[in-house]
Design a binder for this molecule. Structure first.
Ligand code: PAF
Length: 283
């Protein structure tokens, strides 16, 4: 496994690799990231990973300074997973002096995370454009855990022809259903228990949909009521939206993405499920 820092080193190492899958990360890796790495290795034969806590996607007052970091452990996990190339840049390698470009994806970024975290998706789209431009992979692998990010990155990749394919991999979950996230590290013991309310709420939504309920408002309310039942949970949003456009649905639904953002103690946690598709991880 090669670990490199500069754009030039990435280019040189990339040229030695054939078909390449790429997994961009902000580090503090968990099994959710590693499942993307395994899938990329399986599908492409070679895999590159970036570890970069991207300052431009954090708003004022967010957790940029305290975002959990453990590069040594990350590198050991990536080596064990058979990764070929790791890009561990300094901020100046991603954003060289004079950097003046911002990439904005319109429409799908106006709602949900985009509405709650102004500027977040411009930061994500900009950094992923740089990462793809430097690494030049064949396939980008992202997690469904960040549903809106996956929609934004598919749009970005298609519009700017930055990569041939974007593969969205299922959300990794702990045994009790909690979606894996680096920010779960912020949960104390009681909040960690309460955090299962997100997956329980989505399961209730799925149960209603599977039983034949199709009214958008009823499905949304079913999910919301489970979250409201937990006094530690502070809802940011509960959404039932079109899975492609992320526009909120009304009336009878066919395809529907249920997603929610809930603060529990310190972290703001996200989770989602596509009601019209099987979601074996959620049960
Ligand atoms: O999902 C993440 O960890 C980040 O948003 C990403 C895609 C690595 C961009 O910084």
């Amino acid at each position: 496994m090669k670990v490199v820092t500069t754009r030039a080193e990435v280019r040189e190492e990339r040229a030695r690799l054939g078909r390449l899958g790429f997994v961009p990360t902000m580090g503090y890796l968990h099994d959710g990231h590693l499942s993307l790495v395994r899938r990329a290795k399986e599908e492409c034969g070679h895999v590159a990973v970036s570890i970069f806590v991207n300052p431009t996607q954090f708003g004022p007052g967010e957790d940029l300074a305290s975002y959990p970091r453990d590069p040594e452990r990350d590198l050991a996990l990536l080596e064990e997973a058979g990764v070929d190339l790791v890009w561990l840049p300094q901020p100046g390698d991603v954003y060289p002096s004079g950097f003046a470009t911002t990439v904005e994806v319109d429409g799908v970024t106006d709602v949900l995370e985009g509405a709650s975290r102004p500027g977040h998706f411009a930061g994500v789209a900009t950094v992923v454009s740089v990462l793809l431009g430097v690494v030049r992979p064949d396939v980008l692998f992202v997690g469904q855990k960040d549903l809106q990010q996956s929609v934004v990155l598919r749009r970005l990749a298609a519009d700017l022809a930055l990569v041939d394919e974007v593969v969205v991999c299922p959300t990794g979950r702990e045994a009790d259903g909690l979606a894996r996230s680096s920010r779960n590290a912020y949960l104390d013991a009681e909040d960690r228990q309460a955090a299962t309310v997100l997956s329980r709420a989505l399961r209730a939504g799925r149960a209603a949909y599977d039983a034949g309920e199709r009214d958008a408002e009823t499905l949304r309310r079913t999910i919301r009521e489970v979250v409201e039942g937990d006094p530690r949970a502070e809802i940011d949003y509960v959404s039932l939206a079109d899975p492609e456009t992320l526009v909120e649905l009304d009336g009878p639904v066919d395809k529907a993405a249920a997603s929610l953002a809930v603060r529990i103690g310190r972290p703001r946690l996200l989770d989602n499920t596509l009601l019209h598709e099987a979601d074996p991880g959620l049960g």
